[in-house]
Write a protein that binds this ligand. Sequence first.
Ligand code: MYR
Length: 131
Amino acid sequence: AFNGTWKVDRNENYEKFMEEMGVNMVKRKLASHDNLKITLEQTGDKFQVKESSTFRTLEINFTLGVTFDYSLADGTELTGAWVMEGDTLKGTFTRKDNGKVLTTTRNIVGDELVQVYSYEGVEAKRIFKRG
Ligand code: MYR
C-alpha cells in the first residue's frame, strides 16, 4: 500500500516542529519548501526508501524492527527503527546529540500518505500525494 512515489503536497505545523528541533529560521524557510519526494518499496519486512529534496538525494534501506542510523538534512543524527502496527508504520528515533526521542508515523489516508512527526510534545504533519 505504501509502495510508490510520493511528493509532499502540504505541511501542518512543520515550521513550529522544526523550531522545537532547533532548526534556525533560514533553514526552516528553506525546509518548508524542500519539494520532498520519497519512493517506497516494501518487500516483506524490508523497505527501500529513495528520498530526494532540494537538499539532497539518498537511499535508505531498513528492516522492520531493526535499528538503523539516519541523518537529517541539517546533519542531526538519529538512530531508531520502524515497526508496522496494523496498517500504520511507526518509527521511534533517538537523537544522538541530546538523547531526545522523535516519533513518526506513516499512514495511507484516502489517496494520500500522511506522515506525522512528534518531538517534545510538538506535532507536525507532512501530507504527500502520489507523483
Ligand atoms: C525513512 O523511512 O524515510 C528514513 C527514516 C526516517 C527517520 C525519521 C525521520 C524524521 C524526520 C524529521 C524531520 C525533522 C526536520 C527538523
